[in-house]
Write a protein that binds this ligand. Structure first.
Ligand code: MSP
Length: 597
């Protein structure tokens, strides 16, 4: 996996001897081997204008050197929450994920397993798909860089860039980290030329490669970043990208002579395309329709440019510098936004297979369930910052929020409704809340949640929804409908209305939290007497007050979220929503001490 960057120096690796064979030191365009695409102009125009309301969202394509871990699952869970939210808004979402299967690192991993590369890739790629199923990931496209349509598109893209005069041959010498699949600047390495992320020595390499003339795009990139300051998010990461660009962009090698496991260079079978130049194209090849000829024009007309690339901060340079320049060279539109989130860490170190300090998502899902895993990481780690995992905190948070604040509120209300109203709502929720400012509070919190989802502040979105649960509990405790029922008469009628109000609140929570906890949201809806089809047809508009109707019959009350047994019950009692938030600033500050944050 790509490493944290030593910003300026990496783009100006002083130890690397870059000696173009052309004695004038200028990029030497190679002979054009495939016919230039006459649609270059059309290609550019099409993708920037026909996107309409579609929302193309991508995760990185994951390396298949080893099965997924919680760090890889994190990006995908976040992407899924965003995709589900955008679908609730009525957007035509194309959620792309997939696997990055070429290159030295993958070939070595296959060999270590005694497998041929493709068998190994099939196995690990399938492990990703299985995990995504277990985590309720609703992707639309899963691209594998070994797919033939991908290969066709990479070759076409390469030929466009070549035709533009942006590819040339030169010798390269440098220190290579196979785990990062990247040449490193000596200055950023630890003792014995060890990579600071993988703590393994880098190899000294010298070969003749094909280069991409990144330096030609220095000015255009600067302009693009100035023109669209939202391109890189969170905004503090933009400074990092700007300083890389300002430091001067150097051309980079886009082929490997020593690596067989890759897409051959169209005009030179002795070299394969560098794994990053190959994999980034997956964001476009994924769009290509199976039924159609796999070409760039077809692919980009199906939704390019992407609205959002969601990535970890370690691969920001590839996405915010290399990729836009590659796209400019090929005459394609740039993605609208690149969001670099932080790392899940263990003891302050980035969790990863190479360091062997991972957390197994399968195990977490098996022990605690999908909703708990999704909720914890999105609620607890501020999106964009690093966050450390602790099992105790995991259990405390999901018990306090999902089991108590939400689950218990619904369950006790349904219990009272069963006992006093034959599980049937006495009036519409609109009538029940007439003149009651409680409804306005809920609506304000829903708006807040929406705003946070839109801004990709996923933790704050969860917090706003939880707050709806808190005000619901407060209302319930204050009104105490159980004692009003005992009084009979108008008190009892008021109590029956209060139950409608609380159940409507639970319904709204279900929709507002659906991006994060889709299964829990469905279980809430089911308890409220809705069918699966009704739930599947829900939109963000259903967060408006007034969904529940008089006469609607609720299901038999049963807990929607089973409390996780915890040996450290005493600690649990200390976890209230407010406390969680307050402690977060401090916790995140500690986590930020992670190198490269
Ligand atoms: N194959 C490249 C991406 C190519 S995209 C065209 C790659 N793969 S990776 O498997 O190493 O990493 C994929 C993503 O997982 C990256 O965004 C990375 O930041 C993320 N994570 C891997 N470990 C992580 C944590 N411990 N925490 C959070 N995310 C991390 O890079």
């Amino acid at each position: 996996m790509a490493a944290r960057m030593n910003t300026l120096s990496l783009l100006n690796p002083s130890h690397v001897s870059l000696r173009p064979r052309d004695s004038r030191f200028s990029p030497r365009p190679l002979r054009f081997y495939s016919s230039p695409n006459p649609n270059r102009r059309a290609l550019f125009c099409t993708c920037s204008t026909t996107n309409g309301e579609s929302f193309v969202l991508t995760t990185p394509l994951y390396y298949v050197n080893a099965p997924p871990h919680m760090g890889s699952a994190y990006t995908t869970i976040a992407a899924d929450a965003i995709a589900r939210f955008q679908r609730l808004l009525g957007k035509k979402v194309i959620f792309i994920t997939g696997t990055d299967e070429h290159g030295e690192k993958i070939a070595a991993a296959a060999m270590a397993q005694g497998s041929i590369p493709l068998d190994h890739c099939n196995l690990i790629s399938q492990a990703y798909k299985t995990l995504w199923k277990d985590l309720d990931i609703s992707y639309d496209k899963f691209i594998r860089t070994t797919d033939s349509k991908h290969e066709a598109i990479v070759k076409e893209f390469y030929s466009r860039v070549l035709a533009k005069g942006d590819i040339y041959q030169a010798d390269y010498e440098g220190l290579y980290c196979v785990n990062c699949e990247e040449y490193k600047d000596e200055k950023e390495l630890l003792e014995n030329n060890c990579c600071p992320v993988h703590l393994k020595p880098c190899d000294s390499r010298k070969e003749e490669n094909y280069f991409f003339a990144l330096s030609k795009y220095q000015k255009s990139l600067e302009e693009a970043l100035n023109k669209n300051p939202n391109f890189v998010q969170p905004s503090f990461r933009l400074n990092e990208v700007q300083s890389w660009v300002k430091g001067g962009l150097r051309d980079f090698s886009i082929s490997r002579a020593s690596v067989d496991w890759g897409i051959p260079i169209p005009n030179d079978r002795s070299q394969t395309i560098y794994v990053w130049f190959d994999a980034l194209l997956g964001y476009i090849s994924a769009l290509s329709d199976e039924q159609e000829q796999p070409d760039l024009l077809n692919a980009v007309s199906s939704g390019w440019p992407a609205a959002l690339h969601l990535i970890g901060k370690d691969i920001l340079r590839f996405h915010a510098v290399y990729w836009p320049a590659m796209l400019m060279s090929a005459g394609l539109s740039l993605p609208k936004m690149v969001f670099g989130h932080g790392f899940l860490t263990k003891d302050g170190m980035k969790m990863g297979k190479s360091l062997g300090n991972t957390l197994e998502p399968n195990e977490l899902v098996h022990r605690f369930g999908t909703d708990a895993v999704r909720y914890f990481f999105l609620r607890e780690v501020e999106f964009g910052s690093d966050g450390d995992y602790s099992e105790e905190r995991f259990i405390n948070i999901v018990n306090a929020h999902l089991a108590n604040t939400i689950g218990n509120l619904l369950n006790r209300t349904l219990g009272l409704l069963k006992k006093n109203c034959q599980s049937t709502l006495v009036v519409d929720s609109t009538t029940a809340a007439e003149g009651n400012e409680f409804k306005d509070n809920v609506e304000k919190l829903v708006d807040k949640a929406r705003m946070h989802y839109e801004n990709l502040s996923l933790s704050s979105a969860c917090e706003a929804v939880l707050e709806i649960g808190n005000v619901g509990n407060f209302y319930m405790d204050e009104r105490a409908p159980w004692s009003l029922f005992k009084q009979g008469g108008t008190a009892s009628e008021a109590a029956a209305k209060d139950l409608v109000i609380i159940l409507e609140t639970a319904r709204i929570i279900a929709i507002a939290l659906l991006p994060v906890t889709p299964s829990l949201s469905w279980r809430i809806y089911e308890q409220l007497g809705y069918s699966r089809d009704q739930f599947d047809a829900a939109t963000w508009g259903d967060t408006k007050w007034g969904g529940l109707k008089g006469g609607q019959v609720m299901a038999q009350p049963k807990p929607v979220f089973a409390r996780i047994e915890n040996q450290t019950e005493a600690v649990d009692k200390g976890v209230a929503v407010g406390k969680t938030m307050k402690s977060k600033g401090k916790k995140m500050k500690q986590a930020q001490q992670v190198a490269g944050a």
